[in-house]
Write a protein that binds this ligand. Structure first.
Ligand SMILES: NC(=O)c1ccc[n+]([C@@H]2O[C@H](COP(=O)([O-])OP(=O)(O)OC[C@H]3O[C@@H](n4cnc5c(N)ncnc54)[C@H](O)[C@@H]3O)[C@@H](O)[C@H]2O)c1
Length: 266
């Protein structure tokens, strides 16, 4: 229950999905959690739920695309809690990608810019201002969220795969650059996670069946990712940095769901 005792965490996108679970699980392990989101009402609900079960949390408004907004978030969290030890960065608009991302030939320029701005620039700004604060204390754990789509091909979402691929590449260079100052950076690449905005797939029986067959141990829950983030945030992971960690129920571990032992006579 005390793996994150005395630590302060900023969780972006904390109003929903993976980051909501991460906020709750970090608080359960003793962290004070700044639940940061564009959706302030949602962030307030999550912080309220955490406090109602005995944890420490405050909601904060942030737009991760906006440099001043991110700087203000870090300043406000330091004012409120005294420091920042952990960043779990998730903020993303799943509907922007699901409804507007396309194969490159049909991808409108403005959608490309919106996705890169939110996913890649948002990660740059958030990591930059949190790490600047962490430099003063010579310690910290930054956990970013990419996707398996940045590691293996996924047709039809060229903006998202490119931007998240940038997050994967940045993880390694940032980890190398910040390790002399005691700051660790790791990125989780989830497979399909059953979050509110993915319900559109899960409520369609044919899609659901396809997704389930691709995930060897079942479709992931937000908590499956949240538990990994707790580990990476904790001192148990003190020598883990620059890692790209798939958390995908075996999705990237095999080429096809076909079981060759049933095809060939052995
Ligand atoms: N759900 C999946 O299947 C899945 C798979 C792989 C990777 N991911 C990644 O995990 C992360 C979380 O995904 P999720 O499904 O939990 O998302 P979600 O939609 O449930 O939550 C995302 C949150 O980010 C907030 N947000 C959007 N734009 C913002 C902005 N500009 N500034 C601040 N907050 C903003 C939203 O309000 C929302 O609360 C994302 O980075 C996503 O790319 C998700």
């Amino acid at each position: 229950m005390n793996r994150l005792k005395d630590k302060v965490a900023i969780v972006t996108g904390g109003a929903s999905g993976i980051a909501r679970a991460g906020s709750e699980l970090m608080a359960l392990q003793g962290a004070a959690v700044a639940v940061a989101d564009l959706n302030v009402k949602g962030a307030a609900d999550v912080a309220h739920t955490i406090r109602a079960s005995g944890g420490e949390a405050e909601p904060f408004s942030v737009d991760v695309r906006d440099s001043q907004s991110v700087q203000a978030l870090v300043d406000d969290v330091v004012d409120r809690f005294g420091r920042v030890d952990i960043l779990f960065h998730n903020a993303m608009s799943v509907p922007l990608v699901n409804n507007h991302d396309r194969r490159i030939t049909e991808l409108p320029d403005d959608i490309w810019h919106q996705i890169v701005d939110l996913v890649l620039t948002g990660t740059f700004l958030t990591a930059k201002y949190v790490a600047r604060h962490m430099l003063n204390r010579k310690q910290g754990s930054i956990i970013l969220t990419a996707t398996t789509d940045a590691l293996i091909g996924q047709a039809g979402i060229d903006g998202y795969t490119a931007a998240k691929g940038g997050v994967v590449a940045m993880t390694r260079s940032m980890a190398a650059g910040l390790s002399p100052d005691g700051i660790r950076i790791n990125t989780i690449c989830p497979g399909f996670v059953d979050t509110p905005h993915q319900a559109v797939f899960m409520s369609n029986p044919a899609e659901r069946d396809k997704i389930e067959r691709l995930h060897l141990m079942g479709v992931m829950s937000p908590e499956d990712i949240g538990h990994l983030a707790v580990y990476l945030a904790s001192d148990e992971a003190r020598r883990i940095t620059g890692s790209i960690i798939t958390a995908d129920s075996g999705y990237t571990a095999f080429k096809t769901p076909v079981d060759l032992t049933t095809v060939f006579q052995r």
